[in-house]
Structures are given as C-alpha cells and as structure tokens.
Ligand binder design. Structure first.
Ligand SMILES: [Zn+2]
Length: 84
C-alpha cells in the first residue's frame, strides 16, 4: 500500500489517490521478488541455509503472506539439514 495515504498499491509508479512517488516501493518489491526467486533456487540446490537467509531478507524488505510461508518452509528445511 501507499506509505503516504494507505491506498492499496496498484502497480503504478504514482499513488492513484494522493499521487505520491511509489518508484521506491516498486523497486523494493522487485528486490524482494528477486530474493525469493534466489531462495527457491537455493532450495532446489539443497542449500537450505542460503535459502532461509534469502527468504528472511526478502520478508524484511517486503512482507507478503506467501513470503512468510517461504521463510517458514526454508527454516524448517534448515532444521533437517542441520540434523544430517
Ligand atoms: Zn497515496
């Protein structure tokens, strides 16, 4: 959502309600998306420690419900990796 007025974010560079510049919000969302993609790749490569670090970083930048799931799953995978 818009950090200025709270209007829901519609993917445009300016807020539809107050006109605030949302390019920073967009670039943060893109960064979080790239981090989550890298986290999923790390899961496929079996590197659960890296996957969890990337997923947690993505959530710190931009929280989403599915990002929370990814963070939880990678934390869980890391527990099993540590026990091997
Ligand atoms: Zn706004």
């Amino acid at each position: 959502m818009c950090p200025v007025c709270g209007a829901s974010f519609r993917g445009s560079a300016a807020c539809s309600r107050c006109g605030a510049d949302l390019t920073i919000v967009m670039s943060l969302q893109a960064s979080a998306w790239r981090l989550r993609r890298a986290a999923r790749n790390a899961v496929r490569e079996g590197n659960s420690a890296r996957a969890h670090a990337l997923a947690a970083k993505a959530q710190a930048i931009h929280q989403t419900p599915s990002g929370a799931h990814l963070e939880l799953v990678t934390a869980w995978l890391q527990i099993f990796a540590d026990q091997r």
